[in-house]
Ligand binder design. Structure first.
Ligand code: GLP
Length: 242
């Protein structure tokens, strides 16, 4: 794991955006997977700014979704796809056919998982995946006690995830289940970026980096991977010893 500690959320976001920009400049037809959630929002602002300044061009990149709440459609503000659309894709005009996202309303969830797995296979592999981290160490919706060999799958969400979920939505929605890329997709990715800010993430970051490597804390399973880049603000890194 490569760990970079930045002063604050702003610096963490700039540094993450610069890393992604540099990556895409080197491989302009990358397959990217970018997490929703709140942590990446400022990173997306910097990516949009860089596109406007013609420092980077995402038009040849493809994008696959990380996860979605089952039963929550794209029209719901706070769904993962709506978050990515409004904070990034709609602002930099990505061609629709370059975006392959889980449909939270799919009736046949197995077929939906296969559709996403096939999209990744067709494009080779994920070149860069940018992840946030849940308070319970989840990556996407790879929840505590995850089977690390899974590709896309549907999962019963952990109590912590359900509790936190209300912060994303303006109206109450059911967040019992999620549909997510598997941990196997994540570890198979060429480059893994994990970002976190704020003191509330400090304890899970300590477990992720310095705790036991266990599927009880899915993020700890990334410990031995040299292609993992952590961008943390000071608060999120405050309990780390190194
Ligand atoms: C959410 C999402 C993840 C996200 C993570 C952290 O539940 N399933 O994709 O990365 O939890 O979210 P946040 O950045 O809002 O803390």
């Amino acid at each position: 794991m490569n760990i970079k500690v930045l002063t604050d959320y702003e610096e963490m976001s700039i540094c993450t955006a610069e890393f992604i920009i540099d990556f895409v400049q080197k491989k302009p037809d990358s397959l990217l997977c970018l997490a929703g959630g709140h942590t990446p929002l400022k990173t997306f602002d910097f990516l949009v700014e860089a596109v406007n300044k013609v420092q980077v061009d995402f038009s040849r990149c493809k994008f696959v979704s990380l996860d979605e709440w089952v039963g929550v459609g794209i029209s719901v503000k706070g769904s993962c796809q709506e978050t990515l659309n409004s904070s990034l894709f709609d602002r930099i005009s990505i061609p629709k056919e370059h975006i392959c996202f889980f449909n939270g309303l799919a009736e046949n969830v197995e077929a939906e998982c296969k559709r996403i797995d096939d999209f990744i296979k067709t494009n080779g592999k994920i070149d860069l995946i940018m992840l946030g981290i849940g308070l319970n160490g989840h990556l996407g919706f790879n929840e505590p006690n995850i089977n690390p060999n899974l590709y896309s799958h549907v999962v019963e969400l952990d109590d912590v995830t359900k509790e936190v979920s209300s912060k994303y939505f303006e109206e109450p929605v059911s967040t019992e289940k999620g549909i997510s890329l598997g941990l196997k997709h994540i570890v198979d990715s060429d480059t893994i970026v994990l970002i976190a800010d704020g003191v509330k993430k400090a304890e899970i970051l300590k477990q992720t980096v310095e705790g036991e490597k266990t599927n009880k804390v899915p993020s700890s399973l990334l410990q031995d991977q040299p292609n993992v880049h952590l961008f943390l603000d000071k608060e999120a890194a405050s309990l780390l010893e190194g």
